[in-house]
Design a protein around this ligand. Sequence first.
Ligand code: AMP
Length: 127
Amino acid sequence: MAYAYDDQNVFAKILRGEISCDKVLETEHSLAFNDIAPQAPTHVLVIPKGPYVNYDHFAAEASEAEIVDFSRAVRQVIAKLGLEPGQGGMGYRLIANSGEAGVQEVPHMHMHILSGRRLGRMLPKAE
Ligand code: AMP
């Protein structure tokens, strides 16, 4: 299935510099910034710079260089914030909401990095 990318989404605007962000880290193919409405003491979003709608689109169509860069960028944020479990950090949770079931709001692939407190059970009860 081909994904249609909407280049008017808020993360596309951040990437074009039309909207500012609180940048945490930038690599060749990825950008990390603090979530504007944090749901934990640490709440960082990592996005690929390429036009991918969701995780499925990214994993299927991004180049190997983009995928490696993205995975390492997530890890670099975790290291920068001192969150590595077993290395003195308190650990974290990664979430990539994709599509309707995932209740994805921004249609540009992103990974949430959440930490700073015990995050509780993985999922709340169904709505
Ligand atoms: P999702 O529901 O997985 O699509 O998550 C989208 C996330 O983007 C939410 O946690 C929002 O708080 C966050 N968000 C929306 N606009 C911005 C923005 N301009 N800067 C930073 N984070 C944003």
